[in-house]
Write a protein that binds this ligand. Structure first.
Ligand code: SF4
Length: 587
């Protein structure tokens, strides 16, 4: 796709913070007018900015924008904005990389939900039971927990129609409902797969629609890279001969050469087995394995054959797994964007929109619509403590300084719950060891094996001073009210330089700004964890000095809600003297 001139028209957005109050007032007036217009036809109770947001997005599309960025802070109700724009554009797919958000849309739009009828939700096969396999005795291949993923209707000729449970199959019923509805909510990965299958098989049910909405799209470029990643190993391709990979000269070429005959052979065996029509337990298990291998091999072939992509190859000798990741997804996504007239991307944490447009090869021209933050910034200050510089190999003195600051914050909030974000287990352990006993006794920490369980335990803990020492929980958790009144971001979470793909990405012309941008998005995500409603409150502290520079250099690109909270935090830092000031701030 050629890249036309990027045209970001800031609809309702003013980069100059000094004008934000005027802006807020005009937003409020505009919102009131628009609320009257939209609420005459809608049964929904709008939050400030929602009706105006819908109107501005539609106007942007009408004026020719192909992609609109909806910059909507936590609590502004972007789901309803997305759904109403989708409704008015006469058909849409609404997707998100976060399954938890798909669940939220699902419960809001189902019968009795607050947005009932606005969309149908469709999950991947593994989210539905396979009634047929569950009804069979175990000796015949029955499985009490079988899902529709790997079910016989995938690999048996004549199925699913021939399945005795087809008419009551929850997967096919959901699929039918989703395809009959003009707005379907699903995960990003399932949608990408569906659209790809729709390209080959027009009857697959994945039709073109006027609009694609992607919610939580701040990491879209990396989400696409993850989707187009190709993996090849004994676990995905049983029987694939290792010797086919033993020519180091051009491994990708070798794979492209050896996969088609391998797929043909698998298909031959598959067809022979299907022809026997003796679907014993053993035959079915074999068919399932063969079908899954064919699909994996076809997937690798489909991805790697795109010649204009630069692939970053890694090999894991422990699992014998080869992985190819595209350095950029341009030329892989053409087919995908081409299926929609318009694209709406929404998030509270966009940063570096121009590079996202370039990296994801989004259709242009582009516009940005900003919904104002109606949470008062003084209830959620962000205080940059700059107490330690935490780089890749941080020395013990800096760790000690960081731990001192964490301890001071925890003690200032001695009767309130909080969360400490460390971005590696190494850092979390180093900080924990340095904390005084009176703080350590309040801590819940975790390792990779008990992460979810420990998090749930901490949430359920009735102690009013409980602290979670968390690794990589910047996204996807919702700590409303007393669950957390404060949080500490210990280190700026830069991407891992131990990753070959990250190093190669860093070598690109815009590598440094991409690297900083990825870290900044993680900080923005973390900052949104503890302020979840207008009457909530919570203070965010950042220990690492590296954030100051990132904020200053990217100031006008940062979401306004974040800038306002940083300004409030700076005001507090100046007005509260002492080594780090009095950390405890109460709204
Ligand atoms: S159609 Fe039959 S075999 Fe397929 S998932 Fe449904 S119940 Fe299982």
């Amino acid at each position: 796709m050629t890249q036309p001139l990027l045209n970001i028209e800031p609809v309702g957005f003013h980069p100059n913070f000094a004008n934000s109050f005027t802006l807020c007032a005009s937003w409020a007036l505009g919102t009131t007018r628009a609320m009257v217009e939209v609420s005459q036809v809608d049964r929904f109770k709008f939050r400030p900015g929602q009706a105006e947001g819908v109107r501005k997005i539609k106007a942007a599309f009408e004026h020719g924008a192909k992609t609109v960025f909806l910059d909507a802070p936590v609590g502004s109700g972007k789901s309803l904005i997305n759904l109403l724009v989708a409704r008015d554009m006469l058909g849409a797919y609404i997707s998100t990389p976060q399954v938890i958000l798909v669940n939220q849309y699902g419960s809001d739009t189902q019968e009795g939900g607050k947005f009932a009828g606005l969309a149908e939700t469709l999950y991947g096969r593994r989210n539905y039971p396979c009634t047929y396999l569950r009804s069979l005795p175990e000796e015949d291949g029955g499985r009490p927990y079988a899902t529709a993923a790997g079910a016989p209707c995938i690999y048996l000729a004549g199925w699913p129609n021939a399945c005795p449970h087809f008419s009551e199959c929850l997967y096919y019923l959901a699929r039918q409902a989703a395809q009959a509805h003009s707005r379907t909510v699903t995960t990003m990965a399932y949608l990408l797969l569906g659209i790809r299958s729709g390209l080959d098989r027009p009857n697959s049910g994945w039709r073109e629609r006027p609009l694609l909405v992607i919610d939580e799209a701040h990491g879209l470029a990396e989400d696409l890279v993850n989707f187009y990643q190709a993996e090849l190993g004994p676990h995905t391709l049983p029987g694939f001969r290792k010797k086919w990979l033993e020519t180091p000269a051009d491994l990708r070429f070798r794979v492209l050469e050896s996969l088609p005959p391998y797929i043909d052979r698998l298909k031959e065996v598959l067809e022979t087995l299907q022809a026997t029509r003796e679907f014993t337990k053993k035959v079915r298990e074999r068919l399932e394995r063969l079908d899954s291998a064919v699909k994996s091999a076809e997937d690798v072939l489909y991805k790697l054959k795109t010649g204009t992509v630069e692939w970053v190859h890694t090999y894991d000798s422990r699992t014998s797994k080869h992985t190819w990741r595209p350095l950029a997804v341009r030329s892989l996504v053409d087919d995908f964007w081409g299926r929609f007239n318009r694209v709406l991307l929404s998030s509270a944490t966009f940063f570096g929109i121009e590079s996202l447009v370039r990296d994801a090869d989004l259709p242009t021209p582009v516009e940005r619509v900003v919904v104002p933050d109606c949470f008062p910034p003084e209830r959620a200050p962000i205080r940059l403590l700059s107490a330690a510089r935490l780089v890749y190999r941080t020395d013990s003195l800096e760790i000690e300084r960081a731990a001192d600051a964490v301890a001071a914050v925890a003690q200032a909030h001695h009767s309130e719950r909080g969360i400490i974000h460390a971005n590696s287990y190494h850092l979390a352990n180093a900080i924990r060891k340095q904390l005084p006993p009176q703080v350590r006794r309040r801590l819940t920490s975790h390792d990779p094996s008990n992460r979810g369980r420990r998090y749930d335990r901490w949430r359920a803990d009735p102690a009013q001073d409980a602290i979670l020492l968390a690794v990589a929980m910047n996204q996807g958790i919702d700590l409303l009210g007393d669950l957390a009144r404060w949080q500490v971001i210990v280190k700026v979470p830069f991407p891992n330089l131990g990753d070959t793909w990250v190093r190669r990405r860093m070598e690109q012309k815009d590598g440094q700004s991409w690297y900083s941008g990825r870290a900044m998005i993680q900080v923005l995500q973390a900052a949104g964890r503890i302020m979840r409603s207008a009457d909530d409150r919570g203070t965010t502290y950042v220990i690492d000095t590296q954030l100051d520079g990132l904020i200053d250099s990217g100031w006008f690109d940062l979401p306004k809600w974040f800038r306002q909270r940083v300004i409030e935090g700076r005001r507090l830092n100046q007005s509260l003297p002492g080594k780090f000031g009095d950390y405890a701030t109460r709204a």
